[in-house]
Each structure stands twice: as C-alpha cells, then as structure tokens.
Write a protein that binds this ligand. Sequence first.
Ligand SMILES: C[S@@+](CC[C@H](N)C(=O)[O-])C[C@H]1O[C@@H](n2cnc3c(N)ncnc32)[C@H](O)[C@@H]1O
Length: 494
Amino acid sequence: MSVRQVIPFPGAPADPVSYMAGLRLSGRPALVVGGGAVATQRARALLASGAVVTVVAPRIGAELLARWAAGEIVHHARLFAPADLHGMAVVLVAIDDRVVSAAIARYARQRGTWVNVADRPELCDFYLPAIHRAGPVQVAVSADGAGPGLAARLRDEIRDALPADLPAAVENFAALRQQVRSEEPDPAIRMARLAKIARETPWSTLSAGLPPAPLPRERGRVANGREGAGDSPQAPLPRERGRVANGREGAEDHPPVLLASAGPGNPRLLTLAARDALAAADLVVADRLVPAAILALAGGRVVLADDKHDPATVPSVQSRIYTLLREAHARGERCVRLCAGDVAIFGRLHETVEALSPVPVEVIPGVSALTAPGFPLTARGVADRFTVVSARGAGGSPVSLPPHDPRQTLVIFMGAGSLPALSSALLSLCYPPGAAALVVSQATRPGESRQVATVATLGDLDAEAPAVIYVGGTAALAGEREQLGGRERQVEGG
Ligand SMILES: C[S@@+](CC[C@H](N)C(=O)[O-])C[C@H]1O[C@@H](n2cnc3c(N)ncnc32)[C@H](O)[C@@H]1O
C-alpha cells in the first residue's frame, strides 16, 4: 500500500495552485465510474485523447451505450469494485453518492492512481479545466475546482476572441517551421526567426497559408557568437513605398487612403505591400470581384463596393464609397480601397484621387488580369503593340473598338456578357473573320478556363465573367498553344 503524504517544505506557498499540464493518455487505460451525463462527457474527452476507456456503472446513457456497441469503450454493468482500479492511469468519478465517491478516491490514492471526482475538489488529485479545442490548439481555463461555471464562461470569452481559422494557421505555421528548418542550419538563428514570425505575422496571413512578411534575420551576434547571416533591411511599409498620386502629401496627420491592387484573384499574386496594407487596415472597401480568400486577409471591417456597372446606380454607389472613405479617414482610420487586378487599369484611379482630394492617397500597384494568363502580348514579328479597351463605354455607351491593325494584340476587358456584339463590331471594323480570339475566364482562380475562337465564332462562346478577350496579334500564338495543350499557368490552383 502506498500512502502519499504531502509535507510542505519551508517557504512553500500557503495556498498553492495546481500545476497545469497536458496528460498524454493515448493507449493508456482510464476508468470512468458512473453512466450519466457527466460521466459521458468524461468518457468522450478521454476517448478524444486516445485513452482506452472502461466505464463502470449499473446503467449507462444512450451515447455510452452506442460507444460500447461500437467497441469504443469497455463497460461493466455493475457497481464499482476496488479491483477496477488495477492498471488504470487515471480514474474519473461522476456518481451522485458522496460516500462512495470518497471511498473510490481513497482507494485510488492508496494505489497511486490519479483521481478526479466531479464536484468534489477536495477529493481530486487533478482538476479538469474548461477546454476549447481548435485543431491541435487547446485553451484550458481552470479556477482550481472553485468555479467550474466561471471557468467555462472565461473559456467561451477567450474562444470568441481567438483568430478565425486557428487550426489552418497552426498547420501553416508547422509547414513554415519545416521551411525555416531546411533553410537555416543554425538552431539559434532558426529559433529567433521562428519566434519573430510567430509574434509578428498577422493571423490572417498564417490562416491563408501565405508567406510571412520578409523578416530580417537576427542582427548582430547571436547566442553562439556567430554573426547573423543574411541580414537584410526590413521591407518598408507600403505607405512609405506608394506614390502620392494627388501630390498633397501630409494634407492631414492621418494615414493616407491606400488605393491597393488585389491582383486577378489568386491570393499568391497579391503584392506584399497590398497584403500588409490589408492586414493593418481598419476599413477595406473592396471591389466585388475580389475573392473571399483575399478579403480574409483584411484585419478590419470589409465593405463590398457592389458596383454592378449599372449606369443608373454607378454614380450613387461610387459617391457612397468616397463618403465612406473620407469619413473613415477623418476618424484617423487606416483605409484601403481594394481594386481587382491593377488599380491603374479600369480601376477608377483618377476618379478616386479626384473625388477624395484633399485626402492624401497612395497607390499600391499590382498584377492586372491583362497579363494574368501568362502569355505574351507582344512578340517579335507577330505583334509589336497592344491596345487595352473596355467593352463597356462610359455610362453604358456603345462599344468603341480600335480599327484593325495586323501588328497589334487587342485586349478587351468587361466583355464576357457581350461576345456576339463584340464579334459583330470587330467584323464591321474589318477584322479578318479568321483572326484568332482567345477568351480567358477567371484567370488564376480555381475555375480558370481558356477558350479559343476566331473573330467570326467569338459570339458562339459562352464565357463566365470575369473574362479578358484577346483578339489578333499574339492571340494566335496563345490559341495554338492552348490547342496543343501546352500552356503554362502563371499560378496553379487557388
Ligand atoms: C473593372 S475591370 C478591372 C480590371 C482590373 N483593374 C485589372 O487590372 O485586371 C473588371 C474586368 O477585369 C477583368 N478581370 C478581372 N479579374 C479577372 C480574372 N481573374 N480573369 C479574367 N478577367 C478578369 C474582366 O474583364 C473584368 O470584367
């Protein structure tokens, strides 16, 4: 018989707190005494930790019965007997009988088995904290058995404050750790880099699996006396890099409104400057074309600019956007106007700068849908120029296309819904009926498609928006490659 006695040593705290630890019970036997709701909870949590669970109770509830039928637990349909403790790593008691509970706790102590008795902190060797699980992350709150309801409330409040998609963030961080491990042989520098990434990378970046902002390796001397290799200056913030487009730098003390480019849709084609701006923003007003995967990187609130190019509603939508940005800027908020593709191409850049004036703005350029498909717009001997047009005229006016030029690639934006009209317009401008046309929908996004046609057959295609249409010039080269199936994607997947 082993009787554990706690002999306080001189200087021990008069009111010691429990020692928080995580038990690794995988494959180890655990006993639950009781068959009611609390016992069921206990068994469930033990099973989640991989313990081999035995339940002793004359009767058990539906969930335990189902788990027994599925072979997940062993069940002895009788009262507890001291021999049940044999070989058990832990015993969790959840029965109403206070006298029997105390007796089980005593037996367990005598055998050196760790015991927890529900609602009887004085009988417990260990307490069960209120737990929130998110993948491999567990948040445990304990009031040392004194306030289980309070601990649960605190757990819920902490849970609500946790970053969204924590499991993905942890998983991505683990992958990052592997990468740093393979890149950096020095353990001290490696640890310092990882600690810095863990501390400074926005959660949204970690959850989305994007690379963290470039962090300088530890400067100066590190613990082992080696000079930190690869010192590089910290990348400047986007607002230090962007250009002041309206020339009114420092009009106010508040941060400038950032006119940022979101790229064609794949988050990997977002610039680092745009990504950092999003993470730091209090307000992001985004084009509806910007996908959720990019909006998820925004640190603050996101408003979708639902400008559906309806000439009747565009002016009021745009003026609401400007008002929203002006008001948020006046409050000193960090504002980002996030445009699909590159903000300088059909992104109302000039109009926005004018409308916001005298609010200072900075531009963050990006990847346009123009080049997103990754094929040439110019090629020696084929096309030495390209022209970019919109299929929609201002205020919904009719399509205005340039005349045919055999050495030019014509690129048409916003035309997915008007292919027949475009085909007719091109034919009327004497574009050869057999000239190549290529329609790229959802470029760089998971649903990307490329359809090859001619000027004459363009109207027969069914193209999903958003799409860019390439006509003549290098479209022929790109079309041939498409038909041979030899295209190279700029970025795979989504
Ligand atoms: C208002 S314009 C914005 C253009 C954007 N500033 C850019 O540089 O790509 C919207 C048009 O961009 C094109 N577009 C944007 N993203 C696209 C994508 N991922 N794939 C194909 N076309 C896209 C389509 O022609 C769409 O109708």
